[in-house]
Design a protein around this ligand. Structure first.
Ligand code: PEP
Ligand code: MN
Length: 338
C-alpha cells in the first residue's frame, strides 16, 4: 500500500503513520520526494484493511494499493527515475554511464593499462572480475584478494570507480572495502540470501539478469535488495538463453523500454555477454543507447587472444575508443550524452 500524506504533514504525523504500519505487520519505507510525502507499507498482504482505514486520518490524503508484485522497485511507488551517484558519475540521469574493463583481472600491467585506455576513451567506471563464476571448475577462477588489490591500484592510477562481482557472502567485507559497486552475476540473480545481504550494505548494486529469467523475476530479485533498505540498485540486461546459437546469448533489447515503464531503477546493458562476440558489441551498444539504456557494461582487453576469460567478446582499446566516438551522435539523437 502507498500512503500519501497531505501537504504540510508534520514529522510527528509521519512517525504516527509509520507506527500504525508496523503495528499492522508491515514495514514502512519513506519514499518522500520533493513534491510529496509518501510512505510505502510493504508486507505479505495480511490485515490490509488496517492500512486502508488510515485514509480516515486527518493528515493522510489517500491510501492506494500497489498492484505489482514488486513494490519498492515499481514505478507505481516512485515515479521519478532513481539516480545513483558513484564518485563523479551519475547513473540513471541524462548522461549514459559506461563501465568498461576486462572480464578478469589478470595482473597489474594488464588492469592499469586497460583502465588508462578506457578512461581516455570516455568510460566512467572500471570493471574487472576478481572472483569469477566459471562454468568449469578447471577454468581460471579469478585472482581473488590480489585481484581486488590490483583493481585498487588501477583506481588510484586513474580515479575510475570500480565495479566487481561478489559471488559469496563470505567475501562481502573484503569486496566492500575495495569496490564502489557490487556486481551480482547472472548465475546469482536468484541467490536470495546473497541479495538480502547486499541489501544491508551501503553500496550500489549492479544486478545482472539471470540466464533464463523473466523481467518479473528480475524485478523481484531487485525487490529483495530494496526491501532490506538498499535503494541503490541498477538492473543489467546481459542476454538470455534462447534457441539461437549464432550468438552466446540473445540480448533482450526490448526489455529496456519494458523496464523503463515498470521501474524507476537505472538500466545497464551488457552487449559483451549479450552477444559473445566483439564484432557485435558496437552495433548492440548503439541499439541499446537508442532503446533508452542508462549505461553500458563493455568488456575491453589489451590482448583478447590470450585473455584468461571472455577474450572472444572483448574489444581492444582502439576498437572501444572508436565505438565511444560512434555512440556520441546516437546518444545526442535520443536526448542523452555519453
Ligand atoms: C561478467 O560480468 O564477467 C560475468 C560473469 O557476467 P554474467 O554474470 O552476466 O555472466
Ligand atoms: Mn565476462
Amino acid at each position: 500500500m502507498i500512503i500519501v500524506m497531505k501537504q504540510g504533514a508534520t514529522p510527528e504525523a509521519i512517525e504516527e503513520v509509520k507506527k500504525i504500519v508496523r503495528e499492522a505487520g508491515y514495514t514502512p519505507h519513506d519514499l518522500s520526494g520533493e513534491m510529496r510525502t509518501v510512505i510505502a507499507a510493504v508486507g505479505d498482504g495480511r490485515d490490509k484493511s488496517r492500512l486502508e482505514s488510515m485514509e480516515s486520518l486527518k493528515y493522510v490524503e489517500k491510501v492506494v494499493p500497489i498492484l505489482r508484485p514488486y513494490k519498492l522497485a515499481s514505478r507505481e511507488v516512485k515515479k521519478e527515475d532513481t539516480i545513483i551517484k558513484v564518485g563523479d558519475v551519475s547513473i540513471g540521469g541524462k548522461h549514459i554511464a559506461v563501465m568498461a574493463g576486462p572480464c578478469s583481472v589478470e595482473g597489474e600491467e594488464q588492469i592499469t593499462s586497460i583502465a588508462r585506455d578506457v578512461k581516455a576513451a570516455g568510460a566512467g567506471i572500471l570493471r574487472g572480475g576478481a572472483y569469477k563464476p566459471r562454468t568449469s571448475p578447471y577454468s581460471f577462477q579469478g585472482m581473488e584478494k590480489e585481484g581486488l588489490e590490483l583493481l585498487k591500484k588501477a583506481k588510484d592510477a586513474t580515479g575510475l570507480p570500480i565495479v566487481t562481482e561478489i559471488m559469496d557472502s563470505r567475501e562481502i567485507d573484503l569486496i566492500c572495502k575495495y569496490s564502489d559497486i557490487l556486481q551480482i552475476g547472472a548465475r546469482n540473480m536468484q541467490n536470495f540470501s546473497l541479495l538480502k545481504l547486499v541489501g544491508q550494505v551501503k553500496k550500489p548494486v549492479l544486478l545482472k539478469r539471470g540466464l533464463a529469467n523473466t523481467v518479473q523475476e528480475f524485478l523481484m530479485s531487485a525487490e529483495y535488495i530494496l526491501s532490506e533498505g538498499n535503494k541503490e540498485v541498477m538492473l543489467c540486461e546481459r542476454g538470455i538463453r534462447t534457441f539461437e546459437t549464432a550468438t552466446r546469448n540473445t540480448l533482450d533489447l526490448s526489455c529496456i523500454p519494458v523496464l523503463k515503464e515498470l521501474t524507476h531503477l537505472p538500466i545497464i546493458t551488457d552487449p559483451s555477454h549479450g552477444t559473445g562476440y566483439w564484432q557485435f558489441v558496437s552495433s548492440m551498444s548503439k541499439a541499446s543507447v537508442a532503446a533508452g539504456t542508462d549505461g553500458l557494461m563493455i568488456e575491453v582487453h589489451n590482448r583478447p587472444e590470450v585473455a584468461f576469460s571472455d577474450g572472444a567478446q572483448s574489444l581492444k582499446p582502439k576498437k572501444f575508443d572508436q565505438m565511444m566516438k560512434e555512440l556520441r551522435p546516437v546518444a545526442v539523437a535520443v536526448g542523452r550524452t555519453i
